[in-house]
Design a protein around this ligand. Structure first.
Ligand code: SF4
Ligand code: SF4
Ligand code: FES
Length: 201
């Protein structure tokens, strides 16, 4: 076992665990968005940041990808952590302002508005890629992927056209932290219910 502390509480972790896994094991709350226990962590959203202290020195790390080490001194609620969390929530409110889930989560952490520029008021996808990782690693398909770069980055099927690779299992929809995959799913799978109605007529 690997022994260290989180918020001055002694904890023991299995070799290979991350700081986040250990915190969850002990019921210590660290907010996450792009993390899901069924797939490899990507470190995309940075919301799970914690502070590692060593004497007068400290650094912020993403707990979902930070492996546990003997004797580390982890803190989840310091001023630095709370500042970076607020900054990330402001960034998310600007990136996907149409996401009710993000607005509610940000409000729980005291962030109800953003000073950052909003490019698309209708956007609700944070392009975290969790849906694509679940499709690939859990379902065993790659029906969707992250495409393009920078502000044009988006998630979808190749050429944003319906694809038969998708088996409509719904896993991507259920893990999406912002609710965006619900509407993106129509472009991935098409609208079979509507087509059936048209055929019946
Ligand atoms: S649809 Fe959801 S899970 Fe997929 S990239 Fe967008 S926010 Fe992430
Ligand atoms: S519904 Fe389609 S895109 Fe979504 S996880 Fe299942 S196969 Fe992949
Ligand atoms: S939950 Fe760790 S980076 Fe997103």
């Amino acid at each position: 076992m690997i022994d260290f502390t989180i918020n001055n509480q002694k904890v023991s972790a299995q070799p290979g665990w991350t700081v986040l896994e250990t915190a969850r094991y002990y019921g210590i709350d660290i907010p996450t968005l792009c993390y899901h226990e069924s797939v490899k962590p990507s470190g995309a959203c940075r919301l799970c940041m914690v502070e590692l202290k060593e004497g007068d020195w400290s650094k912020l790390v993403a707990s979902c990808i930070y492996p546990v080490q003997e004797g580390i001194d982890v803190h989840t609620e310091t001023e630095r952590v709370n500042n970076v969390r607020r900054w990330i929530f402001e960034m998310l409110l600007a990136t996907c302002p149409a996401s009710e889930e993000i607005r509610e989560m940000a409000a729980r952490y005291g962030v109800v508005s953003t000073q950052m520029p909003v490019h698309d008021p209708d956007q609700n996808c944070m392009v975290c890629g969790l849906c694509a990782r679940v499709c690939e690693e859990v379902v065993g398909l790659s029906a969707i992927a992250v495409m393009d770069r920078g502000v044009h980055k988006k998630i979808g099927s190749p050429f944003l056209r319906p694809t038969d690779v998708c088996v409509a299992c719904g896993c991507c929809v259920s893990v999406c932290p912002t609710g965006a995959m619900q509407s993106i799913f129509d472009t991935v799978r098409g609208k079979p219910a509507m087509e059936m109605t048209q055929l019946a007529v």
